[in-house]
Design a protein around this ligand. Structure first.
Ligand SMILES: *Cc1c(COP(=O)(O)O)cnc(C)c1O
Length: 397
């Protein structure tokens, strides 16, 4: 198909929920680059929205998946699979959790986490069902995770939406304390709000939430769908804060592009689930588990966590230099390779200009440029992005 035919077919046949997409037809990926149909090369600082941690066609990953495709894709959770057992063991050995359950998307993992929190109190005979989340959070697009998401614009078109959620300001412990009632089951937050504009929690905030939850007997849920699997330079962002959640969710980078998610919990909470309480047809199938297992193995064994810290620091330094240079840059936020640059002006045009110059970046809200490159980038890729950003910024003033 010609490029124009692809775009036309999308308009004709695909539900119009994305509006006009960026005007390239992506054909293949290699390393940290994407290529369009015409053979144009793009340095990808989006990584499929924090998904492709190992970039594209990472040799060990591709080999493992090829082998798995020939061996077994799926046979349902009616049976045991060695690769699922190996993945569970690896995740538990490298996290604060004791038990795991697999799903296929971030929203699904959050649904599971919410179900588990509610079941925990049901099992104890306590009437607690309310979940406190934060304004500007993002927890997914299913009806319940929409209700959890603290952004009214996503909820309005679908009212009435499921009840039982309260939203309070992020990084504000007083508001959490005021929102707690006898019915509060859990507090659910992203350690760094992603879609909401790359807003990191303060250490004091997450530590304070832990204290409040301990004192009140409330469950603390971290949505690590975007921050998990190495993005911050630790395997999970909670490690950066020295705060352990009771339940946490992961998805995006877990399968390096193969859809797989998980929610993990401490034994005391996890044991509330009984046979029949939860399930999934596709969740944790052999292909998904092989993808997740290989991704984790590579991240842990190839030193990608230290690399992410180091290169993230370098990138941050370079962005700060730009911040000094351009008055319209308001603030740099983030951790590891999850960085947001807030400007005084709208970023839409800037994102398009960068694309035309062969650099892919994201936005968060109207004013924030968001960088989520593959964890395997090197300094020369950062330099290239900085150079082109500088060029584009110079045309603004
Ligand atoms: C992306 C994201 C989700 C939703 O994940 P889907 O796979 O799109 O359902 C939920 N929470 C956070 C923090 C995310 O970044």
């Amino acid at each position: 198909m010609e490029k124009s035919e692809v775009i036309q077919a999308d308009q004709d046949y695909f539900m119009n929920v994305f509006g006009a997409r960026f005007p390239i037809v992506v054909e293949k990926g290699e390393g940290v680059y994407l290529y369009d149909q015409q053979g144009n090369k793009y340095l990808d600082f989006t990584a499929g929205i924090a998904v492709n941690a190992l970039g594209y066609n990472y040799p060990e990953f591709t080999e493992a998946l090829k082998e798995q495709v020939e061996k077994l894709l799926h046979a349902s959770n009616l049976y045991y699979f060695e690769i699922q057992a190996k993945l569970s063991k690896l995740l538990i050995n490298n996290s604060c959790a004791d038990k795991v359950f697999y799903g296929n998307s971030g929203a699904e993992a959050n649904e599971g986490a919410i179900k588990l929190a509610k079941k925990y109190f049901k099992a104890k005979g306590e009437n607690r069902y309310e979940i406190i989340t934060t304004i500007n959070s993002f927890h997914g697009r299913t009806l319940t995770t929409l209700a959890a998401t603290g952004q009214n614009k996503y909820q309005k078109p679908f009212e009435p939406i499921p009840t039982g959620f309260k939203h309070v300001d992020y990084n504000n412990l007083d508001m959490i304390k005021e929102a707690i009632t006898e019915q509060t089951a859990a507090i659910m937050v992203e350690p760094i709000q992603g879609e909401g504009g790359v807003n990191p929690a303060t250490k004091k905030y997450l530590q304070g939430l832990r204290e409040i939850c301990d004192k009140e007997g409330i469950i603390l849920i971290f949505d690590e769908i975007q921050t998990g699997i190495g993005r911050t330079g630790s395997l999970f962002a909670y490690e950066e804060y020295g705060v352990e959640p009771d339940i946490f969710t992961i998805a995006k980078a877990l399968g390096n592009g193969v859809p797989v998610s998980a929610f993990l919990a401490k034994e005391e909470v996890a044991s509330a689930f009984e046979p029949g309480d939860h399930g999934s047809t596709f969740g944790g199938n052999p292909l998904a588990c092989r993808a997740a297992y290989t991704t984790l193995k590579v991240i842990l064994e190839q030193g990608l966590l230290d690399h992410t810290k180091e290169i993230g620091e370098y990138f941050k330094q370079k962005l700060l230099e730009l911040t000094d240079k351009y008055k319209f840059i308001k603030e740099l936020r983030g951790m590891g390779l999850m960085l947001g640059l807030e400007l005084d002006i709208e970023v839409k045009e800037i994102v398009m200009k960068l694309l035309r110059k062969g650099i892919l970046v994201l936005s968060a809200g109207k004013n924030t440029l968001r960088f989520l490159p593959p964890l395997i980038i090197s300094k020369k890729h950062v330099d290239q992005v900085i150079e082109v950003l500088d060029e584009v910024f110079a045309t603004i003033n």
